[in-house]
Design a binder for this molecule. Structure first.
Ligand SMILES: NC(=O)c1ccc[n+]([C@@H]2O[C@H](COP(=O)([O-])OP(=O)(O)OC[C@H]3O[C@@H](n4cnc5c(N)ncnc54)[C@H](OP(=O)(O)O)[C@@H]3O)[C@@H](O)[C@H]2O)c1
Length: 283
């Protein structure tokens, strides 16, 4: 397959780049805003034709959760119009689309791992735009998979793990919220999950949940990062109300991975993947 990867300079885009040599049967075209702005349908159509694209993996998104609260138009354009364009362009060529969404489509009041069919109810602009993006892909009628993921981190770009490592080395004390519970996802694990589903083949529309295995709070995750890196500072569990942010976040957003596992995707345990990432960062 000729595979177009959009948002190729982000965490997930770089993770797909990292594993792409394991898939020599495919040709990958990695792009980001300068080459393909996903909000520009004409450009997309042209590139799809030029490169004879068979499949698109959309890693492009507006991911600044707090900034989205005051930057609604741009978040909507990238997270709704973008996937709508990609789905339209894919449909015209009979290409497949894999689009990535988020656990922030849920309101956080669940108390058991969320299945794909669980009621959505985003509590912020980012989650609302991502949900509308999912719907646009579904409505397009193209062959598409939407994969919701959560708490993405990697050796690439800015993310929670890298921020905690920096703060852990700068500060003597740190407070991290313990009342938001979910599961981190190492982006290269998601990249493998995406390639597994793409290689398996699909028609029509389907929705999957993918994160790493296990359940923790941001506080526990930070404890593990510090333990594995021998960072000895005082880490205090705090409530979300003690760390106010422009966007509200779901208190509980653990995803149920039963469906994606049944489709042949393996789901590594969060701490095993964290160890892999820390090793990569140490290189
Ligand atoms: N990060 C998380 O914790 C998290 C959690 C759940 C779900 N997700 C979802 O997972 C996916 C991948 O996230 P990520 O963390 O890899 O995101 P990321 O690191 O923020 O990367 C997104 C990439 O998309 C690019 N982009 C922005 N607007 C674009 C446009 N109009 N056309 C083309 N490219 C554009 C960005 O470029 P600029 O940097 O120049 O803007 C960036 O390179 C997204 O769908 C996200 O919603 C992420």
């Amino acid at each position: 397959m000729n595979i177009l990867v959009t948002g190729g300079n982000g965490q997930l885009g770089n993770s797909i780049k990292k594993i792409s040599s394991d898939y020599p049967q495919h040709t990958f075209f990695f792009t980001d805003v300068p080459e393909v702005d996903i909000t520009n349908l004409n450009l997309l159509d042209r590139l799809m034709e030029e490169k004879s694209v068979d499949a698109i993996i959309n890693c492009a998104a507006y991911t600044a959760v707090d900034k989205a609260e005051s930057d609604v138009a741009l978040a909507e354009s990238i997270n709704v119009k973008g996937p709508k364009n990609l789905a339209e362009a894919a449909k015209k060529r009979g290409a497949k689309l894999i689009h990535v969404s988020t656990d922030y489509v849920f309101n956080g009041t669940a108390n058991e791992p969320l299945k794909e069919e669980a009621q959505t109810d985003p509590i912020g602009v980012y989650g609302r735009t991502k949900l509308a993006g999912e719907q646009a892909v579904k409505d397009s009628g193209c062959d598409a998979l939407v994969i919701r993921t959560a708490w993405l981190y990697s050796e690439f770009g800015n993310n929670f793990v890298k921020t905690m490592l920096r703060l852990g080395r700068e500060r003597e004390q740190l407070g991290v919220v313990f009342d938001q519970v979910g599961t981190p996802t190492y982006a290269p694990d998601l990249a493998v999950a995406i390639m597994t589903l793409l290689d398996k083949g699909f028609t029509g529309f389907d929705l999957y949940h993918f994160s790493n295995e296990g359940v923790i709070s941001w506080y526990d995750f930070t404890k593990a990062i510090f333990r594995l890196e021998n960072i000895n500072i005082t880490l205090n569990p705090i409530e979300s109300c003690e760390y106010p942010t422009p966007a509200k976040r779901p208190a509980y957003s653990v995803l149920n991975k039963k469906k994606i596992k049944a489709a042949g995707v393996s789901v590594p345990y969060w701490e095993d993947s964290l160890r892999v990432c820390l090793k990569e960062l140490a290189k």
